[in-house]
Design a protein around this ligand. Structure first.
Ligand SMILES: Cc1ncc(COP(=O)(O)O)c(C=O)c1O
Length: 190
């Protein structure tokens, strides 16, 4: 960051909230501190954290208590939300700018009312006591999954989230692993 401190114009720090390959959680509070120190816009992609981390799955900003420190929060509606599409949260000014300038938004057909309704239903569910229970269940399932993998001798990188990276090895091993999955065979480390 130091070497870019004097660069002219606005600076943007972008991070994933949870990284998809290893399931690591971003050091968001530290990144926010950098953004504040160097006057940057702070943006988080919560594709793998919404519906998973934070109260009722509100994402990393809530999980890491970074409220008011992140200017742009984006995410997908295709993972934990279970539908499709994505979202951008930010200032009114940013959203109005995107309505006019975001090319995929301008040149794509909008979602069907059914898609929008399904997304709204998913968010209403997450925001209810039932949603809180579902998020808790996800974490209980994660614990069970990791424990059972360990019991069966699988080596995997310990992650802080439900993403469990298992390094199977070369392509041939991966293929046979996949076949076993599809046949619902009892998996063993290869
Ligand atoms: C970090 C991140 N952001 C956004 C997306 C996009 O999600 P979608 O498949 O809904 O376009 C993905 C997809 O995996 C992702 O990993």
């Amino acid at each position: 960051m130091q070497e870019h401190a004097e660069f002219p114009g606005k600076k943007l720090i972008i991070t994933d909230g949870v990284f998809s390959m290893d399931g690591d959680i971003a050091p968001l509070a530290e990144l926010c501190t950098l953004a504040e120190k160097y006057n940057c816009v702070m943006m988080v992609d919560d594709a793998h954290s919404s519906g998973v981390l934070g109260r009722g799955g509100r994402g990393t900003v809530d999980h890491l208590n970074c409220h008011g420190r992140v200017h742009i929060q984006v995410g997908t509606l295709s993972k934990a939300i279970g539908v499709m599409g994505g979202y951008v949260c930010g200032s009114r000014e940013l959203i109005d700018f995107l309505y006019l300038r975001a090319r995929p938004f301008l040149f794509s057909t909008s979602h069907t009312p059914a898609t929008a309704a399904a997304c709204m239903a998913a968010f209403s569910l997450l925001d209810s006591p039932e949603g809180e229970k579902l998020v808790k269940k996800l974490w209980a399932n994660t614990k069970t999954f990791k424990r059972e993998l360990k019991k069966r001798g699988f080596q995997f990188k310990v992650s802080e989230t439900p993403i469990v990276p298992i390094h199977v090895g070369d392509a041939r091993k991966r293929l046979s692993f996949r076949k076993s999955f599809l046949k619902r065979e009892c998996l063993r480390p290869q």
